[in-house]
Design a protein around this ligand. Structure first.
Ligand code: 45D
Length: 174
């Protein structure tokens, strides 16, 4: 479902309404994120990573955790840039593919660790890098600003929720 810029702005004002419960900011920021196009979602994740990268230590993401995602990461590393981008778009749009289903069985923190590792691989150009001079859409920029305005714990909550909902849970379809 696509929302117009105006709809995104309205939902964003709600997201920034700190007079209400702290959880509301997390929930509404998550909802606005999920109303973005898949490319905007990927771009927001990327910039969240570049902003937060320093605060998230590799130790926190846990080598043990990544072992569980290693098979997926190995498959992705072997793909062309175009295929890698499609895999990430498929995860964002919850397209039902073998990779989306493998992703779907990971725990939420392992999903976070998986995205974190993809970003590191993008920096090393082992995964499709961000285009030089990439220009954010207005909606994408606003969601990024909303995320930046949250405290660290809330930022993690938003990120955990958005990556949790990506991919396909193979067991919910039985
Ligand atoms: O050509 O286990 C576009 C803790 C445009 C501790 C594009 C934790 C067109 C416990 C589509 C933009 C909770 C701290 C290209 C863990 C175009 C624990 C591509 C937390 C090429 C794990 C864009 C960890 C692309 C946390 C490909 C908080 C964008 C981890 C890809 C946070 C973006 C991880 C990616 C984050 C973003 C990862 C891969 C924020 C990844 C972000």
């Amino acid at each position: 479902m696509t929302f117009t810029s105006d709809a995104a702005s309205t939902r964003l004002s709600n997201a920034l309404n700190y007079g209400s419960q702290p959880g509301d900011a997390v929930q509404s920021t998550t909802a606005v994120f999920q109303s973005l196009s898949p490319d905007d979602q990927l771009a927001v994740l990327w910039y969240a990573y570049t902003e937060m990268g320093r605060s998230i230590t590799p130790a926190a993401t846990g080598a043990a955790r990544l072992q569980l995602a290693q098979g997926l990461l190995t498959q992705i590393k072997q793909m062309s840039y175009a295929e890698q981008l499609n895999v990430m778009r498929d995860l964002a749009t919850q397209k039902n593919t073998p990779i989306s289903r493998s992703y779907g069985i990971l725990s939420n923190n392992t999903k976070l660790a998986f995205w974190y590792e993809l970003s590191e691989l993008m920096v090393k150009h082992l995964v499709v890098p961000m285009p030089v001079g990439y220009e954010f859409s207005r909606d994408g920029m606003q969601v990024l600003e909303a995320i930046k305005a949250l405290d660290f714990g809330q930022q993690i909550s938003v990120l955990r929720q958005v990556v949790a909902d990506m991919g396909v849970d193979p067991f919910s379809e039985c």
